[in-house]
Ligand binder design. Structure first.
Ligand code: KG4
Ligand code: ZN
Length: 349
């Protein structure tokens, strides 16, 4: 199945062309094109994404990205046009939905239009591999399930129990800030640019993670919910109490490392407990924060210790991209599941 996919839920305009095969038991993807046009530099001065700027930029960039893909000498006629319908910023989502309808009408009237949940895109991104590299996440292995899925992004922190690739229940989620949001806010407090996740990671690599003992909110609670607002506030108070040092390089590195350690330990602790309680056979990590090296390494170590598999997306597919939307569209098409082709800002997993 040839899938042309479109992603515009936040601040990346992305279009991909993906070939999918193998069916639900062993889905395989060849990403022929995955172009991501980032608006980060435009939003950075505001310290976060401004919805109307995002809309304006998507409208400008969608035809450019589309032309980039269709200037290549492939015969890229899709069977399916997939588009993110939510969750995300409503004005941004509409640009993708309208563009998908427009190109279908104009160029590919035979293609089926499929609406995709952005979070399902993240969840399935671990199935993606670069062109010609054999998928290491062959889903034929019966021992993959049940699996514990940790989906961590700028807007979400969700722990799932997956019975199969397509059946899951939510074990818990954040009660306040998403973990990516906490990374972004702490970076801002430290005078680091937006988006804060990669900046915190960079600073943390030079710092001492044991230097400040920030709290691990709700870590020992019996439920599977998270809270990152308290951790963020502790960092804020710590910086306020050490105002005279707050732009000192070593201070910034130690705060970044100690904050990252608290966030990662909280996520890993609850993930490990879920694996044990539900006798899971694997851990699946997904979402923009899955790019965090410390989180990946910690979960990899955790999975080795517990004797379970660990799946994470290839580095190029952690943060928002259209290739993952194609992956979700394929699985969805096989399950004959559909979402309405309209912007749904608050769609959930
Ligand atoms: O999935 P994503 O691209 O967009 C949403 O759907 O939200 O995730 C973006 C989030 C941002 O909060 C960003 O700071 C965070 O992912 N992020 C990271 C890293 N790279 C991106 N957080 C921690 N470490 C990273 N290396
Ligand atoms: Zn995302």
């Amino acid at each position: 199945m040839k899938i042309l996919s479109i992603e515009t839920s936040c601040d990346e305009t992305s279009i991909a062309f993906v070939e999918a095969s193998g069916g639900i038991k062993a889905p395989r993807f060849t990403v022929l094109q995955n172009v991501v046009s980032s608006q980060i530099a435009l939003h950075a001065p505001f310290g976060g994404v401004v919805p109307n700027i995002a809309k304006r930029e998507h409208l400008k960039n969608l035809p450019l990205v589309f032309n980039t893909i269709y200037s290549k000498p492939y015969s890229l006629s899709p069977d399916v046009i997939a588009v993110t319908v939510g969750p995300g910023l409503e004005p941004a989502l509409w640009t993708g939905v309208n563009f998908a309808k427009e190109i279908r009408k104009k160029y590919f009237p035979k293609a089926k239009l499929v609406g995709v949940n952005h979070m399902e895109g993240h969840l399935y991104s671990f199935l993606l591999e670069q062109k010609k590299i054999k998928s290491k996440a062959q889903m034929t292995n019966a021992k993959t399930y049940p699996a514990v899925g940790l989906v961590v992004s700028g807007g979400h922190t969700i722990l799932l129990l997956l019975k199969s690739l397509t059946e899951w229940k939510k074990l818990g989620e954040t009660r306040d800030d998403a973990v990516g949001e906490a990374f972004d806010k702490v970076a801002r407090m430290l005078g680091l640019p937006y988006p804060g996740g990669p900046e915190i990671q960079k600073a943390a690599a030079q710092g001492d993670a044991g230097s400040i003992n920030f709290p691990r909110p709700m870590m020992k609670d019996k439920n599977y919910d998270f809270s990152f607002s308290g951790l963020k506030t502790s960092v804020l108070y710590y910086i306020r109490d050490h105002k005279e040092q707050s732009r000192n390089k070593h201070f910034v590195e130690d705060v970044a490392a100690s904050f990252q350690a608290a966030a990662v330990e909280t996520l890993a602790h609850k993930t490990a407990r879920a694996v044990q309680e539900f006798k899971a056979q694997s851990i699946i990590l997904a979402g923009g924060v899955a790019a965090n090296r410390s989180l990946r390494e910690t979960l990899e170590r955790t999975s080795k210790k517990l004797g379970v598999h660990f799946f994470a997306p290839p580095m190029a597919y952690n943060t928002d991209n259209a290739a993952m939307i194609a992956a979700a569209a394929y699985i969805q098409t096989l399950k004959k599941k559909n979402h309405r082709i309209t912007a749904q800002a608050n769609l959930t997993l």
